[in-house]
Design a protein around this ligand. Structure first.
Ligand code: PRX
Length: 651
């Protein structure tokens, strides 16, 4: 569509803004900007108003205890997250409303009403208790995108056992380290899952992981792929989900949890090789995701909401499971890949279920842009009324394409910035209010004090700097599991009295925020957070590798791609066989998401005189840029050789 293309380019150049239509604004939950003022005047009263919409066994004594950098929310309050996400809706007309619509990769459908969810969660909560799981015991969940995943999470929440969900794409070794760090006593997994038409052997991975996990007592296995994958069940340890559920009693009293009791741990990559267990607690987390889901997605009773994220990531925790269910909304879960069986799959799902609110990642949008209109035009997307984006910066071209081709210029786009640590959306438009600029996440959510600061922590009026948050928010992480020191060091030490996000951002003359990406050694590959150090550790773990330095190279589709510079041990020859072996080694150590796109063999890595690897230089080489300052380099010849060899080649 060349005409449309021209129009998009024109709009970007014009720096055009997009206001919600009158129709959208008039029907929106938030219709004017007074909410920002109200929240600013008293953030505590603002958050309290949402907490009051939830169910509490005992009301809080104080909204907030803030002893920087430690916050406690709704202090003294008692509630249960599963009660709020399920029981609260079953005594209302929502009882028979679809809570979860599930679409399997093979095309199967399963719809769980709130009553169905209530029954399954209660039964599984009793199964957990029967297996000896008590309040406070950690449960690791390693499942594909099937209904048993949210059922297991909610059952854990019901009995007060914190869950630790591990993305199904992670390797056995990653699973081992997450089980051991959290000291989980139970693992919930499946025989397998479907991905792009093939079976992912989850139980096999789990068995491998479990050779080195002394705390695990039992494994519950969901039968998902059946005959397609042979599984071995270890006697006395492994139990089938369906056997356990057969005789489970139908009701389990929800545990009255303290507002600050642990709800879940979720591991994410940091600047070191070891993933961090991000700790989220009960009352504040639920209030935060409840409020943001309601206002950012402007949710209505009749909406069919679809967030395409896997529940193994934080987006799935907050905005596939807890936010939508706390609001009594209908949330759609899709098991598989966007390309399976063809590239029309996402849009066929939108048409099939009449999706009204759609939330996805820029990488997916850019893929669809590339794949063209043929499949898109086959489907009726007229039910859509609101679009969302998350996980990485969205470039204005992709924003415009999304706006024109998916939203048909009718749907506002909410570009939402947040992190595993923040638990909830912190920077976002409010769809009925905010004038949108393509590519900008716009403004902080009401009640959130975000700023862009310089090296010294001084606020920048207009321009580029570090993104920080200056006041506490209810769903903020409380600590890093088992490592309270690292919590302070990672987030509260770079600038005094401010939470450092690790991102840099630009504030324009109108106060709009444009997130530019990470300033640290964390990569963002297709919206997935991967640490350079983790990939480096995986590489040097291979017997042929002497040293490795990993960088994220700009990539049009994925945001960043992984490039590894590697030096080999004496006498080892570099060839394509070794190259494949090294890539496979990273997959084995971490998972397919961390597979390097390119590996470059070099005799030595460029280092400063003090021995630090100069990653910035390597990035310049990989991206074919003019080299920056090399004066501190120990051996400038190393760079020259690398540049001569690779500097201009497509990598
Ligand atoms: O760099 C930012 C980027 O993703 C990082 C957080 O990653 P994770 O904890 O995996 O959570 C992802 C989903 C919430 C951030 O530090 N990021 C997230 N959302 C955006 C974003 N970058 C730009 N724009 C966004 N909307």
């Amino acid at each position: 569509m060349p005409e449309e293309q021209e129009r998009i380019e024109y709009l970007i150049k014009q720096k055009k803004t997009f206001s919600p239509s009158k129709g959208f604004r008039d029907n929106a939950i938030v219709r004017d900007e007074s909410i920002y003022k109200r929240a600013k005047r008293s953030p505590e009263a603002f958050w309290e108003s949402f907490a009051k919409e939830l169910h509490w066994y005992r009301k809080w004594k104080r909204v907030l205890d803030w002893k920087l950098p430690h916050s406690k929310w709704f202090v003294g309050g008692k509630m249960n997250v599963s009660y709020n996400c399920i029981d609260r809706h079953i005594d209302s007309p929502r009882r028979n409303k679809a809570a979860i619509i599930w679409e399997g990769e093979l095309g199967e459908t399963s719809i769980l009403t709130y009553w169905d969810l209530y029954r399954e969660v209660n039964k599984f909560a009793n199964v957990l208790k029967d297996l000896g799981i008590e309040k406070g015991d950690r449960v690791t969940i390693y499942l594909p995108m099937i209904p048993e995943l949210p059922i297991a999470m909610l059952a854990c929440a019901r009995i007060g056992a914190p869950h630790n969900v591990v993305f199904g794409g992670f390797s056995a070794e990653s699973l081992t380290s997450r089980i051991n760090d959290s000291k989980s006593t139970l693992l919930i997994t499946a025989d397998g899952g479907y991905r792009k038409g093939s079976v992912v052997a989850l139980k096999k991975n789990a068995d491998e992981a479990l050779t080195d996990t002394p705390t695990i007592r039992n494994v519950v296995v969901v039968k998902r792929v059946g005959d397609k994958e042979s599984v071995s069940m270890k006697k006395g340890r492994d139990l089938w989900w369906h056997d356990l559920m057969k005789y489970a009693p139908p009701y389990c009293d929800p545990e009255k949890m303290d507002s600050e009791d642990l709800l879940y741990i979720l591991y994410t990559s940091g600047t070191t090789g070891k993933p961090k267990g991000i700790v989220h607690t009960t009352g504040g987390f639920l209030t935060g995701v409840y409020a943001t889901f309601k206002l950012v997605f402007d949710i209505r009773e009749e909406d069919t909401y679809w967030c395409t994220a896997d529940i193994g990531w934080v987006t799935g925790h907050s905005y596939v499971v807890y936010g939508p269910l706390a609001n009594g909304a209908t949330t759609l879960m899709y098991e598989g890949a966007p390309k399976y069986p063809d590239i029309g799959r996402f849009w066929s799902i939108v048409e099939k279920y009449g999706v009204t609110v759609f939330y996805t990642a820029p990488t997916a949008i850019r893929s669809y842009m590339r794949w063209g209109d043929e499949y898109l035009n086959k489907y009726n997307l007229s039910t859509l009324r609101l679009l969302g984006s998350v996980g990485e910066p969205i470039n204005p071209e992709a924003w415009m394409w999304y706006y024109v081709n998916i939203g048909k210029k009718r749907c506002p786009i909410v570009d939402t910035w947040w992190q595993t640590e923040t638990g909830m959306i912190l920077i976002t438009p409010l769809p009925g209010v905010t004038k949108l600029k393509p590519g900008s996440a716009t403004f902080p959510f009401p009640g959130i004090d975000v700023d862009v600061v310089d090296e010294n922590g001084k606020s920048i009026k207009e321009g580029t700097g570090y993104l920080v948050i200056k006041n506490p928010w209810p769903a903020m992480l409380r600590t890093i599991y088992g490592d309270p020191k690292r919590y302070v060091e990672e987030y509260w030490s770079r600038f005094p009295n401010m939470y450092f996000t690790g991102d840099w951002a630009n504030k324009d003359k109108d106060g709009y925020l444009w997130i530019l990406g990470r300033v640290d050694d964390v990569m963002n590959v297709a919206g997935h957070r991967i640490s350079t150090m983790e990939v480096e550790s995986a590489l040097v773990d291979h017997h042929s590798v002497a040293e490795a330095a990993v960088i994220g190279k700009s990539d049009e589709l994925k945001g960043q791609s992984i490039v590894a510079f590697t030096s080999l041990k004496e006498g080892i020859k570099s060839d394509s066989k070794l190259l494949d072996e090294l890539k496979q080694h990273v997959v084995k150590k971490i998972g397919a998401i961390a597979r390097p796109d390119s590996i470059i063999f070099t005799v030595e890595l460029p280092k400063t005189r003090s021995g630090k690897i100069m990653r910035r230089l390597l990035r310049d080489i990989a991206e074919g840029r003019v080299l920056g300052d090399t004066t501190t380099l120990a051996d400038p010849e190393v760079v020259k050789q690398l540049k001569d060899k690779y500097g201009h080649k497509e990598m």
